[in-house]
Write a protein that binds this ligand. Structure first.
Ligand SMILES: CC(C)(COP(=O)(O)OP(=O)(O)OC[C@H]1O[C@@H](n2cnc3c(N)ncnc32)[C@H](O)[C@@H]1OP(=O)(O)O)[C@@H](O)C(=O)NCCC(=O)NCCS
Length: 127
């Protein structure tokens, strides 16, 4: 398995993959966002969508191919991100019933932080 940035000719395929992963969400990708792909034999098996700002990184979404879940692809994607972003906090939102995702984030040191009525998970930089 390989993790790399998306290529411009893959955007349509990636949007389809994201829409299949989050069928009820309206996904928008801004120009400055970054999409990382996990690929296996040239097929997309997972993605991460981030917005990298000067003082923080937002993890907008992460997803793996349905038939490949539980095979550590999500763990490898998260591992890639936390190793890449060492000097800024990483923020993400997760639904309160999404226990699989919460378990994954917990494993990487994300801690819930309350902003008004909303809980956001934050991983603070190590130094
Ligand atoms: C959340 C998600 C990205 C995890 O990806 P994955 O490739 O299955 O991740 P991993 O195989 O690395 O597993 C991560 C953890 O979840 C657990 N897990 C995976 N599939 C599971 C399942 N079906 N039931 C229960 N736990 C499960 C694993 O046990 C693992 O924990 P462990 O390593 O401590 O045992 C994937 O389930 C997914 O795409 N879900 C739909 C989209 C989503 O909800 N994204 C997150 C919200 S932004």
């Amino acid at each position: 398995m390989r993790i790399r940035k998306v290529k411009s000719n893959e955007i349509i395929e990636v949007l389809k993959f994201i829409a299949e992963t989050f069928p009820n969400s309206n996904i928008s990708i801004s120009e400055n966002d970054t999409i990382y792909l996990a690929t296996e034999n040239k097929e997309i098996v997972g993605f991460m969508h981030t917005t990298e700002e000067s003082d923080k990184v937002l993890l907008n979404g992460i997803g793996t191919r349905k038939e490949d879940r539980g095979k550590m692809i999500g763990t490898k994607l998260m591992n890639y991100l936390v190793n890449k972003i060492k000097n800024k906090p990483i923020f993400l939102k997760v639904k309160d019933k999404n226990f699989v995702a919460q378990k994954l984030y917990h494993k990487f040191g994300f801690i819930p932080k309350k902003f008004g009525e909303v809980y956001i998970l934050v991983k603070q930089p190590e130094n």
